[in-house]
Design a binder for this molecule. Sequence first.
Ligand SMILES: NC(=O)c1ccc[n+]([C@@H]2O[C@H](COP(=O)([O-])OP(=O)(O)OC[C@H]3O[C@@H](n4cnc5c(N)ncnc54)[C@H](OP(=O)(O)O)[C@@H]3O)[C@@H](O)[C@H]2O)c1
Length: 276
Amino acid sequence: MNMKSKSVLRIGILGLGKMGEALVQGIQASAKKSSYSLAATTRSANTATEATKRLGIPCYCDNQKLSKESDILILAVKPQQAKAVLQEIQGSLAESKTIISICASLTTEELREWSGGRASVIRAMPNTPALVGEGMTVLCAARGAAKESLAIAEELMACVGRVSLLDESLMDAATGLSGCGPAFIYLVIEALSEAGVKVGLSRKTSTLLAAQTLLGSAKMVLDRDVHPAQLKDEVTTPAGCTIDGLMALEEGKLRVTLIKAVLASTKRSKSLRESK
Ligand SMILES: NC(=O)c1ccc[n+]([C@@H]2O[C@H](COP(=O)([O-])OP(=O)(O)OC[C@H]3O[C@@H](n4cnc5c(N)ncnc54)[C@H](OP(=O)(O)O)[C@@H]3O)[C@@H](O)[C@H]2O)c1
């Protein structure tokens, strides 16, 4: 593989649904957009025509053509559609090509087997905030994958948020935390919004205060790169208001409840994968 020598990398997205489209928009908005050309496929011709009009990229229904004309293929169909799509394009996959799968729960070994074992395979697990450019994606490389393939996957997924490299054995853990995490946090925002209504705020104001407080606090953790306990201590004045609220949270076992939520989702991810 010698991707560096290519001035424009041809990116083909197999399946232009919610996640595929989020990636296209992220790449189109990135500073590196002129380094890439984009094309995509869908199952139905109508979806393809509409996507071409909406996104301004070639979109059609011929996976083999897309595969032949792409250096990097992003597999963004539903997991149950992945095997058929990879088997369909197997003949056009050479060692020089990279497949980045964003399909939940499909292992690198399965992806390698279905794609014929020649192309470099990278497994990615994004989450839904990728739709607003604030995703958290974890990546792992299949055995034998080129280092350059992993680097380009990192670069592409960074167009829709942050990226972390993980060993594949930790993919279920990442599913339990960052994959399922948005739902846990929506519940927390909803509860804080209820609380705001209870103490007299309008629903709209209450939800705004709750969501922006989460966003700002998360940004403090990421930007200042300190332990969250330190930030909590900084806003907890002796005999102030915050410590009373923290005591109520400890009484309600918030911490252990969140830990159990991640454990339960991780366990479920593992059992779903093992029962396939
Ligand atoms: N959405 C999430 O929150 C999320 C989070 C993490 C990972 N993922 C992963 O992302 C992948 C896509 O999810 P999604 O929510 O974006 O799905 P989606 O909205 O249902 O989109 C699936 C896309 O695949 C296309 N497609 C289906 N069969 C095809 C085929 N044989 N050839 C070419 N294209 C085909 C569909 O085309 P038509 O519209 O014409 O049928 C559609 O554009 C999944 O594997 C999922 O596990 C999703």
